[in-house]
Design a protein around this ligand. Structure first.
Ligand SMILES: [Zn+2]
Length: 468
């Protein structure tokens, strides 16, 4: 790919021209901002992102970076800061969310809003979701401004409110009402990260697309009756059978550019047995066994191949001796980014094939579908170049996340978005130290490297191509 080679060369050039930075000083400053932000209780609900936004505004404006805020209600503002480039190219948007999920204080060893330093970690709610990205964006802005980096694109920092389940205060507000404030060609946000296993760095993931959540409901109806006289058309029985059929249905497998590249690249760093699976996904004689293996052992990979269905809620009956006339089940459907949900729902009706069971759409916080962000543009090449610099000796995997992020709204408007994040240990999640867990934490070293990676990628994407 000649174009790709050129892009990589340009990204490399931009990096060479970097002025010297006193990273020790920057690291101290990073940690100070990070701990200050983690100490603020911005858990959502109710949100209350204002103290974090006030703090960011103060820090940015003290260095001459203008900011604006946008809010549905005063306690929940979004902050936008912009450093102007020469306008040759469309802007780069960098973002992080200032709200966090809630906490159960009884379960926390270190206080959730203490930002306690222990054994090389900072403990606290939001340390890996998403105050790490907020601080990386902040430091990237400060460095670009202080070093007076020549830019071909404006760099816009959006510190968004309400990512954790109240998007109307955050990304929805910005996209629907203040689009011109954040309109950009590329964006960086949460969603990727470097992965370490057994103390060894394995790969860096960059999220380039994501599955879209949809709600479907199965509603079974039948006559009510006395529990002492069984009925063939008992709604509970028909619902159970329908749930079982929906869950057992192996929905069609479909790869896109991201998942194809993901499995190809993952194969290159896997054991021979694993690689044989990743490389033979579409092999007509092998695909079924591989998909079965994924379903049993690698559910994340199984989900990446298809629009998936998980039954999650069942409601039926109210007392032991009454056959209820209605029973319903909620399905958590995660669509591939290009899924046609109308067709999918029709297929599901055929699979269930029961006139007593209706399949209906259920309202939920869905998002627009969009084609995956490109793997052959300057943004992706820059992220890979930054990966090679700060996470040497490993590779970048483009990834489709099975969960949803706010990038979906931006991709839906045509923005090319890339999910990034710090290094985490695979072992940390199961031990209860991951995002949303009761003892969220980040390695200080990991945060510092992430800040450098973020800054480096941002100036490769937005920096002028001329020698500085
Ligand atoms: Zn998050």
């Amino acid at each position: 790919m000649k174009l790709l080679a050129t892009l990589i060369a340009l990204a490399a050039l931009a990096a060479q021209a970097q002025p010297n930075i006193d990273w020790k000083k920057i690291e101290d400053e990073t940690l100070k901002h990070f701990q200050t932000l983690v100490k603020m209780d911005t858990s959502d609900p109710p949100g209350g992102e204002k103290p974090a936004v006030d703090y960011l505004r103060h820090v940015l404006e003290a260095e001459g970076i203008p900011t604006k805020t946008f809010a549905l209600i005063p306690e929940r503002p979004n902050l936008v800061a912009r450093i102007k480039g020469n306008g040759k190219k469309k802007p780069l948007l960098i973002m992080g969310h200032t709200d966090t999920v809630n906490i159960d204080p009884k379960k926390w060893t270190f206080p959730a809003f203490g930002a306690v330093l222990d054994g090389g970690y900072v403990y606290g709610r939001g340390t890996v979701d998403d105050k790490d990205n907020v601080v990386a964006c902040l430091m990237t802005m400060l460095l670009i401004k202080r070093l007076n980096i020549p830019l071909d694109r404006d760099v816009i920092f959006l510190a968004e409110a309400g990512e954790e389940g109240s998007t109307r205060h955050g990304i929805l507000l910005m996209v629907q009402k203040y689009w011109e404030e954040i309109d950009a060609e590329f964006c960086l946000a949460e969603g990727g990260g470097a992965t370490r296993k057994d103390g060894k760095l394995r790969f860096v993931t960059i999220q380039t697309t994501e599955k879209i959540p949809y709600g479907l409901k199965l509603v079974a109806r039948g006559p009510a009756g006395h529990g002492s006289r069984p009925l063939r058309n008992n709604a509970v029985v028909h619902l159970s059978q329908a749930v079982a059929k929906a869950a057992a249905w192996q929905t069609p497998m479909r790869l896109n550019d991201t998942t194809r590249a993901y499995f190809e690249r993952l194969a290159t760093i896997s054991t021979p047995e694993e690689a044989a699976r990743y490389n033979n996904l579409v092999h007509p004689d092998k695909t079924q066994a591989i998909q079965d293996y994924f379903a049993d052992h690698e559910p994340g990979h199984y989900s990446m191949l298809r629009t998936s269905i998980s039954p999650t809620i069942i409601k039926a009956g109210y007392r032991v001796n009454v056959i209820p006339s209605e029973a319903e089940a909620t399905l958590d459907v995660r669509g591939l980014p290009d899924e046609n949900m109308k067709d999918f729902t029709e297929q599901l009706k055929k699979i269930i094939n029961d006139p007593q069971v209706e399949v209906v759409r259920e309202a939920r916080d869905t998002r627009p579908g969009a084609i995956p962000s490109s793997l052959t543009n300057v943004a992706f090449a820059s992220l890979e170049a930054a990966q090679r610099k700060y996470y040497p000796g490993i590779i970048t995997l483009p990834q489709m996340s099975t969960g949803a992020t706010d990038m979906a709204y931006l991709r839906g408007k045509g923005m090319q978005c890339y999910g990034v994040g710090p290094m985490t240990d695979v072992e940390d999640g199961p031990k209860g130290f991951g995002a949303h867990s009761d003892q969220e934490r980040i390695l200080v070293d990991s945060l510092q490297t992430f800040v450098k990676f973020h800054y480096d990628a941002a100036i490769r994407i937005a920096g002028s191509e001329v020698k500085r």
